[in-house]
Design a protein around this ligand. Structure first.
Ligand SMILES: Nc1ncnc2c1ncn2[C@@H]1O[C@H](COP(=O)(O)OP(=O)(O)OP(=O)(O)O)[C@@H](O)[C@H]1O
Ligand SMILES: [Mg+2]
Length: 349
């Protein structure tokens, strides 16, 4: 339909122009000879129509279309796509409509881009605010301990060693935050290269459980494997990074688990993948928090998390690591009942 619009428009304009010219010619002829000659009128209409048609066609093609072509090329060059042949012909395409389409598309893209820039900007501001806020706490603590020691506390044997130990702990906390931030930025920029190797995930799960058992026992939390897993289950993954994932998820199950609770770890085998699930019967997470859970610094209950020494970077790192492997991570949680987080890994034979 659109391709017909321009030729039809040219025909209509030519006809209108021809009618006007014919009326004028007939009127002049009538004035001169006092007669109305149908043959002259028809001839005049025919000639005017042909001349008008070619004049309009020429104007369209050479002046307007040339300009449209240039505009179209300019609009197209703003888009990252390939530029097709844009030589328009009157009877081929309606370039005005195509131009309109391209301009609309371009406007939509620009709108999307500016929205993304705005989001990134507020994300960056929020991120900087979070980093400085998180670092302030240990820095102020260290400052407090040192000031007390300078003001005479250094000579008080009841507090001097204790305050130095506390300051040392705050330094550790700062180092941990900076390490986490470094890991996140490496994962985001893509400079962190995974070292993929074939190893036994069942053994690794057992090792991590053993390492965290003492921490869990302080809350009376018991670890449970859903099966014995006495045969090796080989995966192809970055062993160090996956250990980081397991430590983070199992630590969360302790931190946000109920006293005397239970954490169950299962490894489910599929043809090409394994799914590792860490399930607790702890405080759970309300549904409204789930979509933002993996964001940097996101904590459901800031007070509780900070009390546990959490920064809210753990799950962001976990997600990045899993995605860097090309795998997925999922969370199911019910408040006051518990949380199950599962991720996939590639099997290796
Ligand atoms: N198993 C869980 N049960 C209940 N809430 C959880 C669980 N795991 C994570 N959360 C919630 O998700 C938030 C984000 O977890 P994440 O591991 O990213 O941070 P964190 O544990 O607070 O700090 P970090 O891991 O950086 O030390 C936690 O603050 C907590 O509110
Ligand atoms: Mg954590």
């Amino acid at each position: 339909m659109t391709t017909l619009k321009t030729p039809i428009l040219t025909l209509v304009l030519s006809a209108v122009s021809a009618v006007i010219q014919t009326i004028l010619v007939s009127f002049i002829a009538y004035k001169i000879s006092g007669l109305f000659d149908l043959a002259i009128t028809l001839l005049s209409f025919f000639i005017s129509f042909i001349v008008s048609f070619f004049v309009i066609y020429f104007l369209y093609n050479t002046i307007i279309f040339e300009k449209i072509d240039k505009l179209y090329l300019l609009v197209k060059s703003q888009q990252p796509k390939e530029i097709p042949n844009t030589e328009f012909q009157l009877d081929e395409v309606d370039s005005i409509e195509r131009l309109e389409d391209e301009i609309k598309k371009l406007a939509q893209e620009r709108h999307k881009e500016s929205e993304q820039t705005r989001n990134l900007d507020s994300y960056r501001k929020e991120f900087l605010g979070n980093v400085s806020h998180e670092l302030k706490t240990p820095i102020f603590n260290i400052q407090g301990y040192i000031s007390t020691l300078i003001d005479g506390g250094i000579n008080d044997p009841t507090i001097n060693i204790e305050y130095l130990k506390r300051a040392d702990k705050s330094v550790d906390r700062m180092i941990q935050i900076i390490d986490d931030l470094e890991t996140i930025s490496q994962l985001e920029v893509g400079t962190l290269e995974l070292e993929l190797e074939k190893y036994d995930i069942a053994q690794q799960v057992k090792d991590v459980i053993e390492a965290l058992e003492f921490q869990a026992s302080k809350k009376g939390i018991k670890f449970q494997l859903s099966k014995k897993y006495d045969k090796a289950i080989f995966v192809k993954a970055d062993k160090f990074r996956i250990r980081q994932v397991l430590v983070n998820l199992i630590t969360n199950s302790i931190k946000y688990g109920k006293d005397n609770g239970k954490t169950t770890i299962s490894i489910n085998l599929f043809d090409e993948q394994v799914i590792i699930e860490i399930k607790d019967n702890g405080i759970g997470i309300a549904e409204k928090h789930l979509p933002r859970l993996f964001e940097r610094f996101y904590r459901v209950d800031k007070g509780r998390s900070r009390e546990q020494g959490g920064t809210g970077l753990g799950l962001a790192i976990v997600k990045h690591i899993i995605e860097a492997h090309g795998e997925t991570i999922d969370v199911i949680s019910t408040i006051n009942e518990g949380t199950a987080i599962s991720f996939t890994l590639k099997r290796s034979n």
